[in-house]
Design a protein around this ligand. Structure first.
Ligand code: SAM
Length: 235
């Protein structure tokens, strides 16, 4: 497998300068996923299982080919990438970045001793350590709710720079409910910032120059169930 990118430095996690909302998300996931108690074990099981389910949606939505260079922003335990890389018999090494040291540490252990795991880095979505135009597909799975409006614009603009001609962005996030109380519980429970409507997400994508936007379905097997999902092309 080829190394699809040039990270800037050994592990960009060193010396990361994070925003307040990122520090909150990083502390939340490091504590939740890193402990040995039942709640952490449950968290790891949830991300493991949902990642396997999401991989199928991702492969279909991105129309993944073996030769595609793939990166996930906020890759968590890495299950989506690991499963997709194996299922499509990828010819390229996939890359995942995440704020959480615990997530990245566990993702790096990999699942299959016979297959090299994707390359996982501690890095921020706001300072992605890659050269322009080095990926064919970029995925954001349940990360958008962590970003403020200016941060979401910045991330979408950076992703567009990282995509090669004909490259695709695939993203999904929880769809807000009509009851503010449920939405607030989701945000509190995940220490995240904001759920957006379909119209808002479409606006953000179009404003950053993405075209050919197509909605699709992604099934989350537990509450809050409802997702908004889009694939689009860069430029
Ligand atoms: C809900 S988890 C989703 C993990 C994985 N994408 C999945 O769907 O299984 C959100 C992940 O995004 C990461 N994250 C949140 N904000 C981020 C940021 N600004 N940069 C990088 N990762 C971020 C968190 O650390 C966490 O691992």
């Amino acid at each position: 497998m080829e190394q699809p990118h040039q990270p800037g430095g050994s592990d960009p996690g060193e010396g990361l300068r994070l925003s307040e909302s990122e520090v909150r998300a990083q502390a939340f996931y490091d504590r939740w996923i890193g402990e040995g108690d039942w709640f952490s074990q449950l968290g790891r099981a949830v991300f493991g299982l949902s990642g396997t389910v999401y991989a199928g949606s991702f492969i279909r939505a991105a129309a993944l080919r073996p030769e595609d260079r793939v990166m996930e922003v906020g890759s968590g335990l890495g299950r989506i990438l690991t499963t997709s890389q194996r299922r499509v018999r990828a010819e390229q090494l996939y890359v995942g970045i995440d704020l959480s040291y615990q997530m990245v540490e566990r993702a790096r252990r990999g699942l299959d001793p016979l297959q090299p795991p994707p390359h996982f880095l501690v890095a921020s979505a706001l300072q992605m350590p890659f050269r322009p135009r080095c990926f064919d597909v970029v995925l954001l799975s349940h990360v958008v709710k962590y970003l403020t409006d200016p941060q979401l614009r910045q991330v979408l603009a950076q992703v567009r720079e990282l995509l090669r001609p004909g490259g695709r962005i695939v993203l999904w996030e929880f769809r807000p409910y009509a009851w503010g109380r449920i939405n607030r519980a989701i945000l509190r429970g995940s220490r995240s910032h904001k759920l957006r409507s379909a119209a808002e997400l479409v606006d953000f994508l179009q404003e950053q120059g993405y075209r050919n936007l197509q909605p699709f379905r992604v099934h989350t097997p537990w509450p809050p169930f409802r997702n908004l999902a889009y694939r689009a092309q860069a430029g």
